[in-house]
Design a protein around this ligand. Structure first.
Ligand code: CA
Length: 222
C-alpha cells in the first residue's frame, strides 16, 4: 500500500515516514500542498495523510482539488486542536477521517488500517486466500498455518493480491501500488519478485497459488 504524507513540520513528517515505513507501507512525503499536487499528477496512492495548515496551497484547497479528480483515494486530515471549522469543511469536501494534533501514532495507524480495509470491503485485519494468511498489523504470513518468511517486497505484492483476490492484477497495477518509485522500476522487476514469491508459496503449500493470467496479470483465488 502506498501512502503520501503531506506535512510541513519536518520532525513530524520524518517520524510519520519512519513509523509508517516500519509498519510496512510505502511512503512518499512532502512539506507543501503544491509539491503534493505535483506528485499526484504522476503517482497513485492508496491513502493520503494531509495536514490542513500548510504554507502555500493549504490542505483544504488541496483536498477539494484531489476530490474533484479522484473519488477513491482515502484521505485522513490532520488539524489543529481547535479547528472545528477546518474539520467540518474537510469532511464536507470528502476527507474520510481526521485526527486532531497532537495525536498518538498507534491511533493514526489504526485509522489508516480501518480506511484501507473499508476501501476493499475487507473487514478483518487478517487477509486470507488459498491457505495463505497475512496479518496486516504484524506483516506475518502463514501458509497452511506455518510461518512463511517473505521479503518486504514479496509481502507487499502478496498483500495487494489478497486485497484483490479473485480478479487478475496487472504488473503495472502492482508496480503502482507496491513500489515507491515507479520512475525507476520496470514491470520486469515485478516479474522477478513475483517469481520468487510464487516459488516460496509453491514450496510451502505444494501448489501454485498465484495464477498467471496471460495478458491480464496475476490472480489469487479463494
Ligand atoms: Ca502544518
Amino acid at each position: 500500500m502506498r501512502l503520501l504524507i503531506v506535512e510541513d513540520e519536518p520532525n513530524l513528517r520524518e517520524n510519520l515516514t519512519k513509523g509508517l515505513t516500519q509498519a510496512g507501507y510505502l511512503i512518499d512525503a512532502c512539506g507543501t500542498g503544491d509539491e503534493a499536487d505535483a506528485m499526484l499528477l504522476t503517482e497513485t496512492y492508496d491513502l493520503i495523510v494531509l495536514d490542513i495548515n500548510l504554507p502555500g496551497m493549504d490542505g483544504s484547497t488541496l483536498l477539494e482539488k484531489i476530490r474533484s479528480q479522484d473519488q477513491t483515494v482515502s484521505i485522513i486530515m490532520l488539524t489543529a486542536r481547535d479547528a472545528l471549522g477546518d474539520r467540518i469543511r474537510g469532511l464536507d469536501t470528502g476527507a474520510n477521517d481526521y485526527l486532531r494534533k497532537p495525536f498518538d501514532f498507534p491511533e493514526l495507524q489504526a485509522r489508516i488500517r480501518s480506511l484501507l480495509r473499508r476501501r476493499t470491503i475487507q473487514e478483518d485485519v487478517i487477509l486470507s486466500a488459498a491457505g495463505l494468511q497475512m496479518d496486516t498489523r504484524t506483516r506475518l504470513v502463514t501458509a497452511n498455518g506455518k510461518p512463511l518468511p517473505l521479503t518486504k517486497k514479496e509481502g507487499q505484492i502478496l498483500e495487494y493480491l489478497l486485497l484483490h483476490k479473485g480478479r487478475p492484477v496487472s504488473q503495472e497495477e502492482i508496480l503502482a501500488h507496491a513500489w515507491d518509485d515507479t520512475v525507476n522500476a520496470f514491470t520486469n522487476t515485478v516479474r522477478v519478485h513475483m517469481s520468487a514469491l510464487r516459488k516460496k508459496i509453491r514450496a510451502a503449500t505444494g501448489k501454485n497459488r498465484i495464477t498467471n493470467c496471460i495478458g491480464e496479470g496475476y490472480r489469487i483465488d479463494e
